[in-house]
Design a protein around this ligand. Structure first.
Ligand code: FAD
Length: 387
């Protein structure tokens, strides 16, 4: 029998997780690096999270860039991206958020061979944003109305993007805009400088969990021909590939949040005494802990499986990515809610770890494709005999 690893027992990864055949020695070394970095930088990351939103976002990206983590976000395999997101979400929501946004912005740039811009995102010198959503086009991205008109030298973009991570601080805004007729194949992607004339970034509104998020208004924003990423009319396809790849990593972040909640709950029920005995000795409490462990364990496995398939180009990888995101984000919500319940009133005090996790995990069932959209995609694949 393998010895329990005390670091793993209290850290972001499940006991035995890294021993699974999904992971290589390089992933095991990465997990050790993550654990060591977290132990060293924990208080400085917590201090960055308390800074005003824009300043904090820049400082978080710099901290991640300084250690080289953003090279994984922008160019790493998905198994490594998922390990990072599991660890960063366990540590601090805003750390995971900054890491994910750099990766999301870099993916289409990498596909289009824009190595210099990817390097800026990987170093933390530049903050990236992926601007797909509009007030009238979220789940149905083919309804995007932001327009890109051809000019002699390039394009001018006009429209408004909503709910965009890093809006207010983004240096490179990868923007989905309409270059052709209606529908998905009228859309193209552009790398728009965040400070270009005609680009206005507005933070807000404040969300349930504080993050650098807002709107990006484009008013005749002129960009050169070179800003077009890939072929005209294929922007939707690249946007979908980007989200397909990163969707499972939302599941990974969910498991990081959930593990932190489970650990808080275990610590509480061991200490809290009711009627002369620790809560942990009560059968109903054990049943709750069992349900939490089952939900978290299956979530971690579904994420590992999806990333393993993605990194090998398996045909079912995109559907598994949806499955991992759906299951892990829903399971994490359940685990965190149960942790709040086990802590009682103390679990709901503002800024108690469980109260923060309760707010932080909620948006994961909405962004990068809602739970309903994942069910539609998975159900369609199952009905077609593809899973
Ligand atoms: C914290 C956060 C960060 C985000 N960051 C970014 C970002 O960086 N870049 C970006 O581009 N976007 C970002 N978004 C936007 C996000 O991708 C969208 O919110 C998401 O795609 C859902 O779109 P919507 O909000 O317009 O909801 P809608 O599409 O209006 O959906 C509302 C409800 O209707 C349901 N619904 C929609 N269509 C169907 C259907 N066909 N059948 C059944 N039910 C349906 C949905 O499941 C949902 O429950 C972010 C959102 C949040 C909350």
């Amino acid at each position: 029998m393998t010895r329990l690893d005390p670091v793993a027992a209290e850290g972001p990864f499940a006991i035995g997780q890294l021993a699974l055949p999904f992971y290589s020695d390089a992933h095991r070394a990465l997990a050790d690096d993550l654990a060591a970095w977290i132990a060293r930088e924990r208080s400085s990351i917590a201090a960055i999270a308390e800074l005003p939103r824009a300043e904090g976002a820049r400082a978080m990206v710099r901290a991640l860039g300084d250690h080289g983590w953003l090279e994984i976000a922008t160019e790493g395999d998905m198994q490594s991206v998922c390990l990072c997101r599991q660890a960063f979400a366990w540590l601090e929501d805003l750390c995971d958020f900054a890491f994910a946004l750099q990766g999301l912005a870099a993916f289409p740039l990498r596909q289009a061979g824009r190595g210099a811009l990817v390097a800026d995102l990987a170093s933390g010198r530049a903050l990236g944003a992926l601007a797909l959503t509009e007030r009238g086009a979220g789940s149905d991205l083919a309804a995007v109305t932001t327009r890109a008109e051809r000019t002699g030298e390039g394009f001018t973009l006009s429209g408004e993007k909503a709910w965009i991570g890093h809006a207010g601080v983004a240096d490179i805004v990868v923007t989905l805009a309409r270059t052709g007729g209606g529908g998905a194949f009228g859309l193209s992607l552009f790398a728009v400088p965040g400070a270009a004339p005609g680009v206005t970034q507005s933070p807000g509104p404040e969300m349930i969990a504080p993050r650098a998020l807002g709107s990006i208004h484009l008013q005749d924003a002129a960009v050169p021909e070179a800003a077009l990423l890939g072929a005209e009319g294929l922007g939707f396809v690249t946007a979908v590939q980007t989200i397909d790849a990163f969707r499972m990593s939302v599941g990974a972040a969910a498991t990081g949040f959930a593990r932190a909640a489970l650990q808080a709950a275990v610590s509480h029920v061991r200490q809290r005494r009711v009627e002369g005995r620790a809560l942990a000795e009560r059968q109903l409490v054990k049943a709750a802990l069992a349900d939490m462990a089952v939900a978290l364990n299956t979530a971690e496995l579904s994420v590992a499986q999806a990333a393993w398939e993605w990194d090998r180009g398996v045909a079912t990888a995109a559907t598994r990515s949806s499955l991992a995101k759906l299951h892990a984000s829903e399971a994490a919500h359940q685990v965190i809610d149960m942790a709040v319940q086990l802590l009682g009133a103390a679990g709901l005090a503002v800024n108690a770890p469980t109260e923060r996790l309760y707010r932080q995990v909620r948006s994961l069932r909405i962004y990068e494709g809602t739970s309903e959209m994942q069910r539609l995609a998975i159900g369609q694949a199952v009905a077609a005999g593809q899973l």
